[in-house]
Design a protein around this ligand. Sequence first.
Ligand SMILES: Nc1ncnc2c1ncn2[C@@H]1O[C@H](COP(=O)(O)OP(=O)(O)O)[C@@H](O)[C@H]1O
Ligand SMILES: [Mg+2]
Length: 309
Amino acid sequence: MSNALKFGKVAVLLGGKSAEREVSLDSGNAVLEALLRSGVNAEGFDPQERSVTELVNYDRAFIVLHGRGGEDGQIQGALEWLGLPYTGTGVQGSAIGMDKVKTKQVWQGSELPTAPYRIVTKDSDLQEIVDSIGLPFIIKPVHEGSSIGMSKVEKMEDFAEAIAKATQHDAVVMAEKWITGREFTIVILNGQALPVIRLEPPKDVAFYDYEAKYNRNDVQYGIPCGLTESEEKQLQALCLRAFQAVGASGWGRIDAMQDEHGNFWLLEVNTVPGMTSHSLVPKAANAIGYSFDELCVVILEQTLTEATH
Ligand SMILES: Nc1ncnc2c1ncn2[C@@H]1O[C@H](COP(=O)(O)OP(=O)(O)O)[C@@H](O)[C@H]1O
Ligand SMILES: [Mg+2]
């Protein structure tokens, strides 16, 4: 990679205070090592351990913070004030993307397909929610990632327990119609949707949960994804629109499903997805010929052009 010193001193933001801190440390260290191998003058910076004001000593930031505080616009706002260019999505897109309900509202307003849902509060009439979206459904904390606090509800009796589990992680909880079908993830890099990846969690889990994401090695990743060429193109175009609709930019990932009738449904956007060497973004980038190290430099290059966020 030519002239890595053009980046100056780079802070790789990792760790942070969210529930996904450990995942971020893994991702961030992988990015840091990749940049160092490419000759970039990079250092790890954990905003949980140091004041963000110390970032004035750097020329740019590569954000590898997942979850609240780092993926939701907060750190992006601080970096704007400090005048430091940073990778990926800006303040507004990050804030929308971190909120699964706001994301769905933007998609609905843009006529993009996302499954019916209801916000659940302690005053909600549970029977009315069951009647409106139908069983089964999935209960999700609205501002979490990594499948934290989620459960599938198949019968009314399981509803209260699922809400209790989700509210341990978030004050806002939603119920979303269960989609039976195949799951896909679509990486967006520099305005382009990369080859679609099919995710196949092990048969003994209800969905792609935390355990399957990080602690098991029997999740199957399909790339090529098994869709027909025209279906894959359709899904890529849909995800690109969905990414842009929430104001995301640079790089990220959209999770989606295809139901038994062949319809696609958008689940969520990740504006700072996992970046360990075995994460999904490097897999998709590899399919278009990027090594992990090249991918990290390509993302960092986003900080050299006039900010689009
Ligand atoms: N509506 C749904 N129907 C079926 N499975 C779902 C649905 N929503 C989410 N899932 C499953 O739960 C996983 C996590 O949900 P997702 O919305 O991607 O949140 P996050 O990855 O931020 O935790 C998905 O990868 C998928 O396996
Ligand atoms: Mg997801």
